[in-house]
Ligand binder design. Structure first.
Ligand SMILES: C[S@@+](CC[C@H](N)C(=O)[O-])C[C@H]1O[C@@H](n2cnc3c(N)ncnc32)[C@H](O)[C@@H]1O
Length: 410
């Protein structure tokens, strides 16, 4: 049997009896996939790990609390033999052979009639990697191949073109705060499949350099807008390219819906009848403080955090922020787009009750190679921004959490 390569196949086990002998680590690892396949699972084992026990308690499988007995494999389509008793394993294996039940053995791959491939999924496709022959079996190597293929498909470094017709449309992708590793797996895949990418100045610009030459990359800030507002011009560009049947990615910094005007783009696309999907991103409001060693909440220090736009000053009639109320909160205040108006913001917070000694951190270009953190207090922050020449993009963190981390983290 070992002289020939294994024949790969996908078993459709829905509603079919599968017998699992042994409730230890092997069963614990294999059961989720058997459950996902809809198998009717009978577990025979005197003991089980807490996770396996929880599956039985939840009614996901039938557990017979006893050792293996001859006849257990009758009526099974498939068996997993993984007890800690080699004699029981051998006896069960012989029974499986008699009943022509394909069986996997955890203790003796040579004696098994089936092998479990290393599997992973990406976009509804299962990748299964199997060593061809018993002699060459190297489970770590097959798992490493599986990991490489699945990771490549997920992050777009391995591109497998779809031969189904792709639906043209727009994906609004949150690119995260700037570090190219901080985009989501889905975002990266959509980027790898795009025909056109319209990108903001903020976000993972480095990823654009990796795109194949046929991909048209458009800088959102440079779209000529003529008689339109800049945002309208971007909306029009998205619609125009999608109408040409292209897959368009609108790559945005952070999360598309956190001060990102993402919903305006969604609305414009909906009005034009263009399909649109939104991929959330890691917002700078949380990730940039974290990258500088600041948790936005910390037990015993802050039970809330509030994210505010500081693009207009507190006394500006266009401001929708209730700064006096924010001044009365004791938790963390995270201000985006607030560098220009930080003097007025700090003044207003102090005037309405926040202590002038409240710690403040300014984190510029967080998560990129140029990241820097400058600390101040509400009393000194305006002067610190000037003296240290802190520039956008920067996140301002106000509150006791600024001092929560060890110095070495910042
Ligand atoms: C128009 S808002 C967009 C926010 C974005 N949608 C998000 O969720 O992070 C731009 C502001 O986000 C903050 N910001 C974005 N990326 C940043 C980064 N890498 N470092 C510091 N601040 C950043 C700055 O306050 C900047 O002015």
């Amino acid at each position: 049997m070992a002289e020939h390569p294994a024949y790969p196949v996908g078993l459709r086990l829905s509603g079919r009896r599968v017998v699992v002998l042994g409730g230890g680590q092997v069963a614990q690892r294999r059961l989720p996939a058997l459950l996902a396949a809809g198998a009717d699972i009978v577990l025979v084992s005197p003991e089980a790990t807490p996770s396996v026990e929880a599956m039985a308690d939840a009614g996901e499988l039938t557990w017979q609390r006893r050792p293996y007995a001859d006849g257990d494999l009758a009526g099974a389509w498939y068996a997993l033999i993984a007890t800690s008793d080699p004699e029981a394993n051998a006896a069960a294996s012989a029974e499986a052979e008699r009943h022509r039940v394909w069986c996997v053995r955890s203790d003796d791959a040579d004696a098994a009639t089936a092998w479990t491939p290393a599997t992973g999924t990406s976009e509804g496709v299962t990748v299964a990697v199997l060593t061809a022959e018993a002699r060459g079996r190297d489970p770590r190597h097959t798992a490493a191949i599986r990991d490489a293929v699945v990771a490549g498909l997920r992050d777009g470094t391995l591109v497998a073109p779809h031969h189904r017709t792709r639906t043209p449309g727009v994906a609004l992708v949150g690119g995260g705060p700037g570090d190219p590793d901080l985009i989501t797996v889905r975002g990266r895949r959509l980027l790898a499949e795009a025909d056109v990418v319209i990108a903001d100045r903020l976000g993972p610009r480095d990823l654009l350099a990796e795109l194949p030459p046929h991909v048209e990359v458009i800088d959102a800030a440079k779209i000529p807008y003529g008689r339109y507002m800049a945002q309208e011009a971007i909306n029009n560009a998205l619609i125009e390219h999608a109408k040409q049947g292209k897959s368009v990615v609108r790559l945005k910094g952070g999360d598309p819906f956190v001060f990102g005007r993402g919903m305006e783009e969604v609305q414009a696309l909906a009005e034009a009848g263009i399909p649109c999907t939104v991929v959330p991103g890691i917002s700078s409001s949380i990730s940039v403080p974290a990258a500088a060693g600041i948790p936005v909440t910390h037990r015993g220090v802050a039970h809330e955090f509030t994210v505010v736009s500081g693009h207009v000053a507190p006394d500006d009639e266009r401001s929708l922020v209730d700064w006096p109320s924010l001044a009365k909160l004791t938790g963390t205040l995270v201000v985006l787009m607030g560098i220009d108006k930080i003097g007025k913001i700090a003044e207003t917070l102090v005037a309405h009750g926040r202590s002038p000694d409240t710690p403040v951190a300014l984190v510029q270009e967080g998560t990129t190679a140029a990241q820097r953190r400058v600390d101040a207090t509400l009393a000194t922050v305006a002067e610190t921004v000037r003296a240290e020449d802190v520039r956008p993009p920067a996140v301002v963190v106000i509150g006791a959490v600024v001092k929560a981390g060890p110095e070495s983290v910042a």
